[in-house]
Design a protein around this ligand. Structure first.
Ligand code: UD1
Length: 459
């Protein structure tokens, strides 16, 4: 009964939760006292980057879709608001969302929301496939690069949509009385995760067969395909470079659990490595972390797979340098570049880090240097000269993963780090403070107004 009441909470209550939880965060800072020694087990949340497209995919169905293991994050709240604005009804119960898009009636996503969350643009595929028309604002650039949507648009055109971009709005519609997209062969110039997801979702309801070549192979793409398959779609080859989708007339209800977050998992593995600690993380899909595990082993830490879904990290004697080159999956993930650079900053010797996916993803470097790191950047290439230790400093996170890098550095640094940028962290790490505190880290969220009342003794 209690559960029913909770389930019956409308998503507008997510919006309210966001107001309550996030407004203070914007004014709050995190104080971290290092160096820390961590210990214990950490529960990894569901993957943000699976949850967001999964929420968009529910627009394809006229039944109620239940999604489980959805992390409670600011980005999820924003996506929920986008779906609500389109006419979907959403109920939240802890990490479970029930989404009913049977009354999907508004084809236009609000600019104020899309601007905040690029991934909400991915809803253009399902909206168009369901309603025959979609109007979604261009998401614009973001802290890590320009991030165009040309591949999404060209793919939708290949599927038969008319697409016009005017006044910052992408207007897409399907002409003809049937309002059906037509299967097509699409080659992506770059294996964009978002474009693969947009087009795969759109093609599930198209007439005929769609082949996406040079598709993104990320685990989140495969997870989205598995969700759509569970809803009745015909999709083959997701997780490889070629995805074949055979359109069906409609998709049905589903009860689906999304995969664990490999980026959160990787971040906690680095937390273990940078603090010379032994910690266990679960649930994880170890295969999804192959590139990160391999680089962690190169720097000298030991990683043991304990069960099929858990990993234990053991401290290495000396941390050694290694080189990182970000690549689409199964290469080293761009989302782990900044966190890993924090670790390399205390590895002996010289490491090279090359960012190939985004053009402006080195903004954490100047802040890491303020903490005593020795990193030189030229374009998208950084040389990290390892230092014996970092020293705490006031730092500012510029984006989600840059913020994670600074938190990791602060765990290893001597003294009190003051971190500004909780609004970024809350976009991608569920309960990060609670999880770190559980491992023994000394940190405290501080309302800046009350700052004078806080001292390390209160931690
Ligand atoms: C997703 C992830 C993000 C991750 C990224 C790369 C989500 C919600 N976000 O973002 O965390 O960092 O994959 O693994 O899943 N590009 C174009 N034209 C397009 C689309 C993309 O040029 O139409 C470019 C981008 O500017 C970027 C590169 O392709 O340089 C990769 O972007 P993409 O794979 O699309 O990333 P997202 O799906 O936005």
């Amino acid at each position: 009964m209690r559960e029913d009441r909770a389930i019956n909470q409308q998503l507008h209550s997510i919006g309210e939760t966001e107001k309550q939880n996030l407004s203070p965060v914007n004014q709050s800072i995190l104080k971290i006292w290092g160096p820390s020694r961590l210990q214990g087990n950490i529960n990894i949340s569901g993957a943000k980057n699976s949850a967001l497209p999964a929420m968009a995919a529910t627009l394809l169905s006229s039944g109620v879709c239940r999604l489980r293991q959805i992390p409670r994050l600011a980005d999820i709240n924003t996506m929920g608001k986008v779906l609500s604005a389109l006419g979907a009804k959403i109920k939240q119960n802890g990490n479970t969302l029930d989404i009913d898009a049977s009354n999907l009636d508004n084809p236009e996503a609000p600019y104020e929301l899309v601007r905040k969350l690029r991934a909400s643009f991915f809803a253009i595929g399902p909206i168009l496939a369901r309603l025959g028309v979609a109007r979604v604002p261009l998401p614009g650039g973001c802290a890590i690069g320009a991030r165009p949507v040309d591949l999404h648009v060209r793919g939708l055109q290949a599927l038969g949509a008319e697409v016009h971009i005017e006044h910052g709005m992408v207007n897409a519609y399907i002409s003809g009385s049937k309002k059906k997209l037509q299967g097509a062969k699409i080659y992506l110039d770059y294996p964009s995760v978002g474009a693969t997801e947009t087009l795969m979702m759109a093609a599930t309801l198209a007439e005929g067969e769609t082949i996406i070549e040079n598709a993104a192979q990320e685990p989140e793409v495969e997870d989205l395909a598995n969700l759509c398959i569970a809803m009745g779609a015909n999709i083959f080859g997701a997780g490889t470079k070629t995805i074949v989708i055979s359109g069906v007339p409609k998709l049905h209800s589903v009860d689906y659990t999304i995969i664990p977050d490999r980026i959160e998992a990787g971040t906690f593995l680095i937390a273990g490595a940078i603090t010379n600690s032994e910690i266990t993380i679960s649930p994880v899909v170890p295969k999804h972390l192959s590139a990160v595990i391999s680089k962690l082993q190169s720097v000298g830490v030991e990683i043991i797979q304990e069960k099929f879904d858990s990993l234990r990290i053991l401290p290495g004697e000396i941390l050694k340098s290694t080189d990182i080159d970000t690549q689409p999956y199964p290469g080293f993930p761009t989302d782990m570049q900044a966190p890993f650079m924090a670790l390399l900053s205390v590895c002996s010797g010289s490491s090279s880090v090359t960012e190939t996916v985004f053009e402006n993803r080195m903004r954490h470097v100047s802040e890491l240097n303020r903490m005593g790191a020795n990193i030189r950047v030229k374009g998208n290439h950084a040389i990290v000269q390892g230092v014996p230790k970092l020293s705490a400093a006031p730092v500012i996170g510029t984006d989600l993963r840059a913020s994670a890098a600074l938190i990791l550095a602060a765990l290893a640094a001597e003294g009190e780090t003051t971190f500004q940028g909780l609004q970024h962290l809350n976009r991608g790490y569920e309960e990060i403070e609670i999880k770190l505190q559980k491992l023994g880290a000394k940190l405290q969220r501080v309302d800046q107004v009350k700052e004078n009342e806080i001292s390390p003794a209160s931690v």
